[in-house]
Design a protein around this ligand. Sequence first.
Ligand code: CP
Ligand code: NVA
Length: 306
Amino acid sequence: MKHFLDVSDYSPAEIQDMLDLAVRLKAEYFAGGNQPLFKGKVLGLIFQKPSLRTRVSFDMAMRHMGGDALYLSPNEIGLGKRESIADIARVMSGYVQAMMARVFDHAHVVELAKWSAVPVINGLSDYSHPCQAMADALTIIEKFGAMKGLNVTYVGDGNNVAVSLMHIAVMLGANFTIANPEGYDMPAPALEIGTRLASGGAKITYLRDPFAAVKDAHVIYTDTWTSMGQEEETAKREAVFPPYQVNQKLVSAARKDVIVMHCLPAHRNHELTDDVADGEHSVIFPQAHNRLHAQKAVLARLFEVA
Ligand code: CP
Ligand code: NVA
C-alpha cells in the first residue's frame, strides 16, 4: 500500500500521471461534476496546526467525488500526547479509508504511515508540503504547458514549501533556483535528494542575491518568513528577510511572462507586496484552488479507483 508523504517517494512518471489525472478531474468537475469514485470512503483529517486550504480542499475533494471527510482538530486527538501515534494509526485504520495528517515533526507523519493499514497523506510537516507542490506544478503546467525547461525561482526561507517545490520542479525537468539569507538554507538532506532527482538534466542553483535568482525566471515563488511552529523567531526573521521581499522591483527583473506564486497564507507587504499579490503576474488564487484538483488525483491513486 502506498502513502503520499513526499513527492520524492514517487517516480517522475507517477507524479506526471497524477498531474494528468488532476487535469482530467478538474475538467470533469467544471463540466458538471465528478463521478462518485470515492463512494463509501472517508478521509480522516488530523491537524496539529491551523489550516484553511488544506482542510477545505481535502474535505471538498472527498465530497465532490462521493466520499466524506472527518476533521480532527489539534485539541481533539493529541497526536503523540494523549495517545501514541502507533495506537492512533491502528485505531483510525479501522474507521477510515485514508488519513491526512498535518504535523509539526515530519517523523510523526512517517510514524503514522508506518503503523497505518490505510494510506497516509502528508498535509504539511516541518520538512515538506507535497500536496502544495502538486497544486503548484498543476498551476505552472496550466500556464506554460509543461515544467520541462522552465526556470522556477524561490525567494525566501528554505522551508517545507521550498523543499517540495524544488523536488517536484527538478523531477519534472525544471531548473530550480533559490535565494535565501544565510542561516535559512534548505536542510542538507533535502538538497541531496533534490540533486539526485535533478540528474535528468535540471539544474539546482543556490544564491544569496534575489535579483540574480529571478533573472530569466518563469516562476517566482515565495512563502512566509516565519512558518507555523517558529513564532518565537518572528522578530529575528523580520529583521533578516526584507531584502527577500517579492515586490514590483524584483518581479520586473524576471521574464515578462513570469508568474508569481505563494502557497498562502500570505503576510502581505512582508514577503509579498499587495501590488504584486493582486497584480497581473499573480496566480495565487488559481494556485490555491488547484489544491482541490491535485488532491483529488492523489486520493484517486491512493484509493486505486481511477
Ligand atoms: N497552503 C496551505 O497549506 O494553506 P493552509 O495552511 O491554509 O492549509
Ligand atoms: N511554510 C508555511 C506553509 C503554510 C502553508 C508553514 O509551514 O507555516
